[in-house]
Design a protein around this ligand. Sequence first.
Ligand SMILES: [Zn+2]
Length: 461
Amino acid sequence: MLIKGGTVVTAEGTLEADVVVEGEKIAALIARGAATIGSAYETIDATDMYVIPGGIDAHTHMEMPFGGTFSVDTFETGTKAAAWGGTTTIIDFAVQAKGTSLLAALDKWHEKADGNCAIDYGFHMIVSDVNDGTLKEMDACIAAGISSFKMFMAYPGVFYSTDGEILRAMQQASRTGATIMMHAENGIAIDELVAQAVAAGRTDPVQHGLTRPPELEGEATSRAITLAKVADCPLYIVHLSASHALTAVAAARDAGQNVFAETCPQYLYLSLDDLARPDFEGAKFVASPPLRTPDHAAALWRGLRTNDLAVVSTDHCPFCFKEQKERGRGHVSKIPNGIPGVEHRMDLLHQGVVAGEITLERWVETCSTTPARMFGLYPRKGVIAPGADADIVIYDPVATQTISVATHHMNVDYSAYEGMPITGKVAMTISRGQVVVADGEFTGSAGHGAFLARDLNQYLV
Ligand SMILES: [Zn+2]
């Protein structure tokens, strides 16, 4: 395959070059017009288009159990939607339920995903039950290609771990170089605020935001950073939403600690006002951490520019408004937590380029190259270079579109970005040399996607 006439965009810069794909790999980048290439190659015209490495969404929850229901995208529907939006790799979270083993959870997630994904995929492991057996199993997980472990300072009684448990897991991770990923919110204090709100009869969706103040994300983030410092363990803060947390991350990074953070498009574009929409509409925007006031979004864009926020992931966790979100009418704490987004991350961050918030190179870096390095996939993924997997997106920077449930491909009955105009659109998505989306048609197949055994974080100092 010869991708001709496009502008190759990488984390380092742009390049007028043609890209040669042989089989599943990128074979060469050749200067425009420098070489004639055999007619055996299928030519793809990318004139006036960007040619970028496929997006890597390092935070998704397909078919995830939550409060007696499941997130509604299967690995098949979710990875197809991802491909539509220019994402060619997802890293999903296998979930250890209390009282079960990590390896059993991993088997279960393989069962759900294997043979069903349209694009490549890997797993992180959610550790919710720390004990001697679990700690031993962390090493077996690394051998099985799972090099990152997520823990929770929120959700007491479900995923929550005490500071002592977190410290033990961090000490174990420190021995191997594995990364601990942290959901950093003070869940003990939050549960008190929720109970007080419910007792006072305040049960609208906006209470979800008001009972999870940004100070409690900042406090938990600082505490996680301190525990990681004591254990000498790499730490990655997931879905950072509050400027208080960003300040803590920036200070730790300035001090040379292995601390990294991601944010998500919903924290850049949506706000507490959306949670306050009338007629229970706010439930569509219930996720944790909650949406914040707009001053936080401004700080997050700045963090993306300074690299204190290194990655943009979606935390894609779709629950339908009807029947799923609606379980929480009159019971704010029963609204399933999650916002759909796997399909629109590349578009929403390209919109940040259009608006002048980030550069073109930074778009590619935060959405593809850095997640590849952070989670041990580079240089197989995240780059347009000889030898890399031919995961390539041809992106039309001037096409316009409007995000809507009427046109999206995620298996969910609403869009959090309904009606939002976007400049830029995926023209073609290629996964390991196979065209999976082109000309407004899905041409891939469930089962094309392969499991990715990942190495350790490649940024450790
Ligand atoms: Zn999540």
